[in-house]
Design a binder for this molecule. Structure first.
Ligand SMILES: *[C@@H]1O[C@H](CO)[C@@H](O)[C@H](O)[C@H]1NC(C)=O
Ligand SMILES: *[C@@H]1O[C@H](CO)[C@@H](O)[C@H](O)[C@H]1NC(C)=O
Ligand SMILES: *[C@@H]1O[C@H](CO)[C@@H](O)[C@H](O)[C@H]1NC(C)=O
Ligand SMILES: *[C@@H]1O[C@H](CO)[C@@H](O)[C@H](O)[C@H]1NC(C)=O
Ligand SMILES: *[C@@H]1O[C@H](CO)[C@@H](O)[C@H](O)[C@H]1NC(C)=O
Ligand SMILES: *[C@@H]1O[C@H](CO)[C@@H](O)[C@H](O)[C@H]1NC(C)=O
Ligand SMILES: *[C@@H]1O[C@H](CO)[C@@H](O)[C@H](O)[C@H]1NC(C)=O
Ligand SMILES: *[C@@H]1O[C@H](CO)[C@@H](O)[C@H](O)[C@H]1NC(C)=O
Length: 385
């Protein structure tokens, strides 16, 4: 609710780079959407080196940082024929229908091949070895410090990754004066993403995923859930890595489904479930939840927006199949405490087992709904060409 589109775009960059094998990038919130276009800042290939240096300098980046930003950006993608017919000829390649000349040989992975191939002279980057020198802007940029920066990237993929993480964070944190960003937002180390319980005869179907952050995939890891039921039973299940969700470098998912084919946990409906905890290699990861599996749900509201009440609503169907919305959980404003000067105020609700569809707020007397809540459940994997 009232999260700036600019914050979502910045978050998109953070997640896309991680999904494609890149480093973790620090994320801060609090951007304010512009109401009119800014001076275009995307470098054009036919521009000369001095205009590139000036355009990066205007945004606070040195020449070396310009080399870094261009190399980090060009670890992905390439130049497409359609917008740049003079740089990329029509390729007539059935495997490359968009007619893209890629910047490096691994155009959908984050890696330092953009630098190694440039340094070892095998690059096919159309902005380095293009036939028309005027549009070889990567060549001019990469060699503008005598190749020192590109050599350092070629020598160390680790150095490349950490430089890119720093530069990308600074890029998305470049905001007009007067805009104050939040502290770096870190994720909960363990987060259940649970779907509503559904009932099928005597069986309660319990589906969802447990997301771990800052853990690389490790086949030897043992993730278990332990739950109590209403009749004094204690149960456990060892979870399998999710087939549905590809792990990133820092996020990994485990599925409540007991096998690859069965995506939910079947519970005896009479016994039910009262409490659930997770263990990671035997260590308890208690989310502090009591009662049914719960989740805390926070909504950030930009300061200055007059919210009088906030709640979730679910769509319910009556016997005739007519759908209507019912109010379910209400949110309480979180005491701002030390964070009083942040651009957002936070509202929190404790959700129990029912998934909710809409977050609704009353703002200056008007009812405004956002939904359905999709979280990042459908976050796609890195594209493969
Ligand atoms: C050039 O770099 C690429 C990417 O690292 C590597 O695969 C290739 O073997 C290198 N070629 C030479 C001639 O060093
Ligand atoms: C090279 O590119 C520049 C800029 O696009 C263009 O003006 C020039 O005509 C091109 N030269 C040749 C020989 O195609
Ligand atoms: C930089 O490296 C490229 C690729 O190896 C080479 O063609 C160019 O001459 C080098 N430039 C300088 C200034 O060393
Ligand atoms: C991620 O985990 C590593 C190793 O356990 C740790 O050193 C690092 O500080 C963690 N990163 C964050 C951002 O918590
Ligand atoms: C998990 O359940 C099995 C079978 O009921 C039991 O033998 C085992 O001790 C339980 N493990 C844990 C960690 O509670
Ligand atoms: C919020 O409410 C206050 C008091 O009713 C009013 O002065 C202010 O203009 C409102 N702010 C917005 C952004 O509508
Ligand atoms: C959510 O639950 C926690 C822990 O039980 C409690 O401290 C907090 O007040 C609850 N928040 C709301 C909005 O109900
Ligand atoms: C969950 O949803 C069902 C059906 O919509 C409802 O009957 C039940 O009261 C809800 N439970 C909670 C805890 O909100």
């Amino acid at each position: 609710m009232s999260v700036a589109v600019a914050d979502l775009l910045a978050l998109g960059l953070v997640l896309a780079i991680e999904k494609c094998g890149g480093p973790q990038i620090a994320f801060r919130g609090g951007r304010i959407d512009a109401e009119e276009p800014n001076i275009p800042g995307v470098p054009e290939p036919q521009q000369d080196l001095d205009s590139h240096i000036a355009s990066f300098a205007r945004q606070g980046f040195t020449k070396e940082e310009m080399i870094g930003l261009v190399a980090c950006g060009h670890t992905f993608g390439g130049v497409q024929h359609d917008p740049f017919p003079d740089i990329v000829p029509e390729l007539n390649d059935p495997h490359n229908v968009e007619t893209v000349a890629h910047f490096d040989s691994t155009s959908t992975s984050f890696d330092n091949n953009i630098a190694t191939e440039y340094i070892n002279g095998t690059t096919l980057n159309p902005l380095v070895v293009g036939t028309n020198a005027t549009t070889n802007s990567d060549q001019r940029i990469f060699s503008s410090d005598g190749n020192v920066t590109m050599l350092s990237f070629a020598k160390s993929s680790q150095h490349f990754a950490s430089t890119c993480a720093d530069l990308f964070a600074r890029m998305i944190d470049t905001v007009p004066s007067g805009v104050q960003l939040t502290e770096v937002i870190t994720l909960l180390p363990v987060k259940p993403e649970l779907q509503p319980l559904t009932i099928d005869g005597d069986i309660l179907q319990f589906a969802g995923l447990i997301r771990f952050w800052n853990l690389t995939e490790n086949p030897d890891r043992v993730v278990q859930i332990i739950w109590d039921d209403h009749i004094g039973g204690v149960h456990n299940l060892t979870l399998l890595p999710s087939q549905e969700r590809t792990p990133g470098n820092f996020m990994t998912w485990y599925d409540l489904g007991p096998t690859e084919d069965v995506e939910f946990l079947s519970l005896d409906a009479t016994a039910g479930i009262t409490n659930m905890q997770f263990t990671l290699d035997g260590k308890l990861e208690d989310q502090g939840s009591v009662g049914p599996p719960a989740a805390k749900f926070d909504v950030a509201v930009r300061r200055g927006v007059n919210v009088t009440r906030m709640y979730t609503e679910d769509e319910v169907k009556d016997a005739t199949g007519h759908g209507f919305l019912v109010e379910r959980y209400s949110f309480s404003p979180v005491e701002p405490g030390a964070a009083t000067n942040t651009p957002y105020a936070f509202w929190t609700a404790n959700l129990t087992q029912n998934a909710t569809s809409y977050v609704t707020a009353e703002i200056d007397g008007a009812k405004i709904s956002v939904g359905p809540i999709a979280a990042f459940i459908a976050l796609p994997s890195c594209p493969k060409l």
